[in-house]
Design a protein around this ligand. Structure first.
Ligand SMILES: Nc1nc2c(ncn2[C@@H]2O[C@H](COP(=O)(O)OP(=O)(O)OP(=O)(O)O)[C@@H](O)[C@H]2O)c(=O)[nH]1
Ligand SMILES: [Mg+2]
Length: 251
């Protein structure tokens, strides 16, 4: 670990990533974020894994409860023995400010769990959408043997279109009482979403929002993420989507 040259050598870095070395995965992602040639070379050296990861996009408006839900999904998948990678794409939202820090604090429960890898990424300065390094980060986590990769993105602007490029299963998180927003999402976000989650179902109006969404999506799940309610149903809906779409990867 202390041999700097060893760390920078793309071939050895790629080997260590494939062995599931967490520090090597972090290092590779940093190199990729900084557009370092060594990172790109290491990425190219990664063999495609024999077992593909299940990549799940969790998208939705700021504050809908995406991080809280991801925290619950991590628990559910860890109970099943899966290794889980999380990529929280900085929403850079003036509404929520400090989203990255908030995510980190909320996810701290998992920080001592070697089966959970958490990385926040910034898209600041990019025109909407996911950072290129987000796609590369998912590739690195896949090579490192993470069974499940959860990608959190904000669901406005171009991001919803991009999430479909990286995730095979896209979950959109909405909250009750978003009249106009749900109408707007029907036109955009719901086109790429496979599953809608009506979170904060402890708030009034959940039933109406669920009915509204059921008109355009076959899978609508009711959750109270802060209490873990509906999480098992969401896990099952994700598995069912994968079966129906004939996607490989165990969930
Ligand atoms: N009442 C209620 N509050 C919830 C629920 N789920 C999440 N929250 C709260 O909603 C707030 C936002 O939750 P987050 O998980 O940070 O939402 P987010 O979508 O990740 O937010 P950004 O990353 O900033 O876009 C937090 O205060 C949560 O505790 C729920 O089911 N019911
Ligand atoms: Mg969040």
């Amino acid at each position: 670990m202390t041999k700097r040259h060893g760390q920078e050598d793309p071939a050895s870095l790629a080997n260590r990533v494939e062995a599931g070395d967490v520090r090597a995965v972090s290092r590779l992602i940093t190199l990729l974020e900084n557009h370092e040639p060594a990172g790109i070379t290491a990425l190219k050296k990664l063999r495609s894994p024999s077992r593909r990861s299940v990549v799940i996009g969790i998208t939705g408006y700021p504050g809908a409860g995406k991080s809280t839900l991801i925290d619950q999904l991590v628990r559910a998948y860890r109970r099943r023995g899966h290794k889980v990678g999380i990529v929280a794409v900085d929403t850079s939202s003036p509404l929520t400010g400090g989203a990255i820090l908030g995510d980190r604090i909320r996810m701290q429960d998992h920080s001592s769990d070697a089966g959970v890898f958490i990385r926040s990424m910034a898209t600041r300065g990019q025109h909407g959408g996911l950072a290129r390094s987000t796609v590369e980060t998912v590739q690195a986590l896949e090579a490192a043997g993470y069974d499940i990769i959860l990608v959190e993105t904000i669901g406005v602007g171009q991001a919803e279109v991009d999430i479909a490029r990286v995730a095979q299963t896209v979950v959109v998180v909405v909250v009750p009482g978003l009249g106009d927003e749900v109408q707007a999402m029907k036109a955009g976000l719901l086109e790429v979403a496979h599953i809608a989650v009506v979170n904060k179902a402890d708030h009034p109006g959940a039933d109406a929002t669920i009915r509204d969404l059921q008109e355009c999506l076959p899978r609508v799940i009711r959750t109270v993420a802060v209490k873990g309610e509906g999480v098992e149903e969401l896990v099952e809906a994700i598995a069912e989507h994968r079966r129906s779409a004939d996607l490989a990867g165990k969930v």
